[in-house]
Design a protein around this ligand. Structure first.
Ligand code: SF4
Ligand code: SF4
Length: 439
């Protein structure tokens, strides 16, 4: 057997409908098998706190091997994983087609799913109900109250004690007006299909853009308009399901898939490019749902029509259909590429486009910032999330940037918090693009 695989990694679908998937003894056996390979490898030790937790357990066990670790301690390892997929995508030489068939994130997901079925915390169910939370907070008076609570230290202590949301975590505010109700209608532009890009766009707003940072969505629309690309908002949408997936709530994912996929598949079949500005949401449609529903034609159609916005713009440029009449230099930009953009396997499209703006110097930081969707918000993981992010905070601050930017606005907020005192402005790449166009 060869040491490490030279072939491109392949991902096997998750067999979550089979009874064996939910069998705890079988899952623990698979965890033990993979933990044993990891113990003999240890390449991923610096990626997150999952692997150090595992290796500490092994090193403190009576046998100094995985067989000396108590099965109930396996869950301590599982709890540390926030399913960023980086170990699979960037480090592991034993992923399929290698016969050892190591898919560390998938075995973590299986364990999380089994744990979720056994019972979950109210806090976790609440935090992952992004759509319901957003709808509630979108009521103007409620939005103001939530924002006030977020800024009040006594209220945050109560929130920490009752809900387990760390009091020092800077939370995104709720916007007074939802993106979907304020989004500008498209101009009457002709559809110009390119070799690499459909000439019309359907925007999947995402919960975060809709309720928390609608400005990003308006900036996306401004650049589409500037490039005379006709666009529509997806007629109706629910959360993509990524927060539920990360919790192991596969029934919750299934329910959301049932709401979104039939609607999105219609746009895909009508020849739209579907754009989602949050990398985790785009990844959900490009990779996670296709792995959960490998035989579903609608899911496959949506996967093939889904684009990250910068992936779309760079391909549009390749088609000779993107304007490059940039008017404003951006100066120094510290740009962080989030894990969920990296694992889309599309290359660094945001960096590529920002670097093409005259008078713009981009420093790219390609390292996990350690927040994830809701993981870094929770009291028990907050300190670890700040620890994982520390090298990123330092590298982002080093150039003395005018702007701090990440495709993931949650990571950007976390990075800006970790950087402490700085004059750098936090701005999403879509906002920077709009600024560069001078529109
Ligand atoms: S998926 Fe991410 S968080 Fe989980 S073990 Fe791999 S690198 Fe760590
Ligand atoms: S996931 Fe792969 S690369 Fe990482 S420690 Fe385990 S075997 Fe090694």
């Amino acid at each position: 057997m060869r040491e490490g695989s030279l072939e491109a990694p392949t991902r096997h679908p998750l067999d979550w409908k089979s009874p064996a998937f939910w069998d705890q003894a079988k899952a623990e056996k698979e965890l033990e098998r993979i933990f044993d390979i990891c113990h003999g490898c240890r390449r991923c030790v610096s990626l997150c706190t999952t692997f150090p937790t595992l290796f500490d357990l092994v090193d403190e066990s009576p046998t100094l091997e995985v067989d000396g670790v108590k099965k109930e301690d396996y869950w301590k390892v599982v709890d540390q994983c926030y399913l960023c997929d980086l170990c699979y995508m960037t480090k592991c030489p034993y992923v399929p087609p290698h016969p050892w068939n190591v898919d560390f994130p998938h075995v973590m997901l299986r364990a999380k799913a089994i744990k979720f079925k056994r019972g979950s915390r109210f806090r976790d169910r609440l935090l992952t109900s992004t759509d319901a939370l957003g709808k509630l907070a979108a009521i103007p008076v409620v939005a103001q109250s939530v924002n006030l609570v977020n800024q009040n230290s006594a209220a945050r202590t109560v929130l920490q004690n009752v809900l387990g949301v760390h009091k020092d975590r800077e939370l995104p505010p709720y916007a007074p007006r939802k993106f979907r109700s304020a989004a500008k209608k498209s101009g009457a532009f002709a559809v110009r299909d390119g070799t690499n890009t459909p000439g019309k766009v359907a925007i999947f707003a995402t919960c975060y853009v809709n309720y928390n940072e609608p400005g990003m969505g308006h900036d996306l629309i401004a650049s589409l308009e500037h490039n005379e690309i006709p666009h529509v908002l997806v007629e109706k949408e629910a959360c993509c399901g990524m927060p539920k997936l990360e919790l192991g709530d596969l029934d919750g994912v299934d329910a959301l898939k049932g709401k979104n996929i039939p609607v999105l598949a219609r746009y895909a079949r009508e020849g739209y490019a579907i754009l989602a500005a949050i990398p985790s949401c785009a990844l959900m449609y490009k990779q996670e749902l296709p792995l959960l529903y490998p035989d579903d034609a609608d899911t496959a159609a949506v996967r093939d029509a889904m684009f990250d916005p910068f992936e779309y713009f760079v391909l549009r440029k390749k088609d000779g259909l993107l304007k490059t009449d940039f008017k404003q230099p951006l100066g120094k930009v510290s740009y962080h590429i989030p894990c969920h953009a990296r694992v889309q396997n599309m290359g660094q499209k945001t960096r590529e486009l920002l670097e093409s703006i005259p008078g713009t110097e981009v420093t790219t930081v390609e390292r996990c910032a350690g927040h994830d969707g809701t993981w870094g918000v929770k009291t028990e993981y907050y300190e670890n999330s700040m620890k994982i992010g520390r090298p990123v905070f330092r590298m982002m601050a080093e150039p003395g940037p005018a702007y701090v930017s990440s495709d993931c606005p949650v990571a950007a907020r976390h990075i800006r918090q970790g950087m402490g005192e700085t004059s750098a402005i936090k701005a999403h790449p879509l906002s920077l693009l709009r600024r560069a166009y001078g529109i």
